[in-house]
Design a protein around this ligand. Structure first.
Ligand code: F0G
Length: 356
């Protein structure tokens, strides 16, 4: 028996559509930590057990790797030589990495000028064919669906059912870490695949009796990109949290079902509120997530303080992506000036003493 962790397909193969002889394309994704927050809860009006599922520690720095290991494994199994996706950045980084690992070509459609630098760097490094479109994610999604009808190419967006299969394993891990399901699960909602996948995972473990209850699902959106709050898809979505700059979510029905069946809710936050939560998490807990991910913290804080999430609850927040993905936004919002001194002891000492 070896103990080397070899990825979520191996670990959860009994729960995934995988054959014994399937060649698994993996980068040892999953198995991310569930970290209990200690400092932010002290600032809240009600006492809860608050945890973050730090998905930024996946191989390409986001939760997309969970779905991508499945999607690429199945693409290769079916003989596909190329993948295509539309992306706000993380899917393209993940598709590029896993396609490279499999030795097939990744085509990625990204909105020109609207993806974080780290994500672009990843797609470039992994050798994806990058097609920048003069449009947004929703335009890209439409084009991907059209082009796949005319070319032998596998779509690896979350409309590919294997994506959600892989992503549901995050719910399995949370249940294993807590020994139960949380009472509330908070997460960002963009294309709405992830909220659907978590609900699928929680439901599966409840159905086979591993847990006897499921969490209420709380989905949070950026105010100018909040179709679930408006009740219909929207055109021209905007937000500084470019990962969730989406107006026409593909998993609309599944997400509505997750919210309704769980007794959860959707809410929205402004860019300023999103950035404030990102900074708070980084400053108070030492955890750096990207802006889109921080909306789950903004949501949890609001709903714990207003009592919608009651005292004594166990709450999990998914931190979908690593803060290092988007250094530009982090640096731009930083208000602490950098101190510049000569390389001399006296000046360094003075600088330190002033701040003690
Ligand atoms: N958080 C991050 C960091 C994301 O990259 C995404 C989606 C979401 C949250 C929302 O998840 O779409 O399942 O509701 N990013 C996609 C992409 C759209 O192309 O990388 P969702």
């Amino acid at each position: 028996m070896h103990s080397r962790y070899t990825g979520l397909i191996e670990k959860y193969r009994d729960y995934l559509p995988i054959h014994d002889d399937t060649r698994i394309i993996s980068l040892a994704e999953g198995n991310t930590p569930l970290i209990r927050l200690h400092n932010i809860p002290k600032l809240l009006k009600n006492e809860v057990a608050l945890y973050v599922k730090y998905e930024g520690l996946n191989p390409t720095g986001s939760f997309k790797d969970r779905g991508m290991t499945m999607a690429i494994t199945k693409a290769v199994e079916s003989g596909s030589k190329a993948t295509v996706c539309a992306s706000t950045g993380n899917t393209s980084a993940s598709a590029a990495a896993y396609s490279a690992r499999a030795g097939i070509t990744a085509f990625v459609l990204i909105p020109e000028g609207k993806i974080a630098q780290g994500k672009l760097a990843q797609a470039m490094m992994h050798g994806a064919v990058i097609i920048q479109i003069q449009g947004n994610f929703d335009d890209g999604m439409r084009l991907v669906k059209e082009v796949a009808q005319h070319a032998p190419i596998t779509i690896v967006n979350s409309i590919n059912p294997y994506r959600l299969q892989g992503q549901k394993t995050a719910a399995f891990e949370i249940i294993e870490a807590l020994g139960r399901a949380p009472d509330y699960h908070c997460l960002p909602v963009g294309n709405a695949g992830n909220i659907s996948a978590y609900w699928m995972g929680y439901t599966e473990f409840a159905d086979i009796g591993i847990v006897n209850k499921r969490p209420k699902m709380c989905g949070y959106q950026a105010s100018r990109s909040a179709p679930f709050l408006r009740g219909h898809p929207i055109d021209n979505p905007e937000t500084i949290a470019t990962a969730i700059r989406i107006g026409h979510p593909q998993s609309w029905d599944k997400a509505i079902n997750a919210q309704k069946e769980s007794g959860g809710w959707f809410d929205e936050f402004t860019d300023a509120e999103i950035l404030k939560a990102q900074k708070l998490l980084a400053e108070k807990e030492g955890i750096f997530c990207e802006p889109a991910s921080a909306i789950s913290i903004a949501g949890a804080i609001k709903d714990i303080n207003n009592g919608k999430i009651p005292e004594g609850s166990t709450v999990t927040c998914t931190l979908t992506g690593n803060g290092l993905k988007d250094p530009d936004t982090a640096i731009q919002q930083s208000t602490t000036p950098l101190i510049k001194v000569k390389a001399e002891l006296g000046e360094v000492k003075t600088a330190i003493l002033q701040k003690m």
